[in-house]
Design a protein around this ligand. Structure first.
Ligand SMILES: C[S@@+](CC[C@H](N)C(=O)[O-])C[C@H]1O[C@@H](n2cnc3c(N)ncnc32)[C@H](O)[C@@H]1O
Length: 225
């Protein structure tokens, strides 16, 4: 995929993890793009380009993924709603092969550039994919999902994606900033044959500290270690 980022003002940032770090190219002043790229679909539903921001949930999940370390070596990982690609990059650094997906082509351009900038481009593939109409034909031992469950209409397709793409003993890792509606998503997860464990991770971004929740999701038929 050819990167075409010249339409955006760029900025660089370093994300510090437990032991490692990731260098990211991001969009400078994403608030401006929120206005410019917002649109309504044919049914009048407002679309907001959330991919133009780096979210604290991705930092928390990246720290969690880093701790998995060698468990990720030579495994296949799917990231949904990858945005700038931070979490998947950390999986690549641990030796995983990662399929980065997002509905937004430009998000994937940034994710690709960021994999290259961190020396892990060879561990990465990029697929423009809407989780309502997933287009892959294999299962993954790990699925990563940072801040993708904020809107209720997305919950059923995301659960269906887990049912179809999570390997029988696989682990899906979700992160979200402790929104009250997330309870509904995890009830749906339970109702559909999955279990989860929850932990929290404080993240400071742009001077504000948020408590991010991390959920480790598995099929209920699998005993966790
Ligand atoms: C809040 S952002 C989170 C981005 C990134 N994971 C992070 O935490 O920084 C949500 C992401 O989901 C993507 N997204 C939204 N709707 C989607 C859909 N239907 N299918 C796939 N990706 C979608 C957006 O483009 C965006 O990158």
């Amino acid at each position: 995929m050819k990167t075409q980022l010249q339409d955006y003002p760029l900025t660089n940032t370093t994300i510090t993890l437990g032991t490692g770090q990731v260098e990211l190219t991001l969009i400078d002043e994403p608030d401006w793009y929120l206005d410019k790229l917002s649109r309504e679909d044919s049914e009048g539903k407002l679309y907001l380009p959330y991919w133009t921001y780096l979210w604290e949930s991705s930092i928390a999940l990246a720290r969690h993924v880093e701790k998995l370390g060698t468990r990720l070596e030579d495994t296949h990982v799917l990231e949904i709603g990858c945005g700038f690609g931070l979490t998947g990059i950390v999986a690549c650094q641990a030796g995983a092969q990662v399929v980065f997906t997002d509905v937004e082509r430009d998000a994937l351009h940034f994710a690709e550039r960021n994999t290259a900038q961190n020396g892990v481009r060879q561990n990465a593939n990029f697929v423009q994919m809407d989780w309502n109409t997933p287009c892959l034909n294999y299962e993954f031992p790990y699925i990563l999902a940072a801040d993708v469950i904020y809107e209720e209409p997305d919950w059923t397709p995301i659960v269906a994606l887990l049912q179809n793409y999570l390997a029988p003993n696989g682990i899906a890792l979700f992160s979200e900033p402790n929104r009250s509606n997330s309870l509904g998503f995890f009830k749906l997860i339970r109702d559909n044959g999955f279990t989860y464990q929850k932990s929290t991770c404080p993240v400071t971004l742009d001077g504000k500290t948020a408590e991010v929740c991390i959920y480790t999701v598995q099929r209920a038929s699998v005993k966790s270690d």
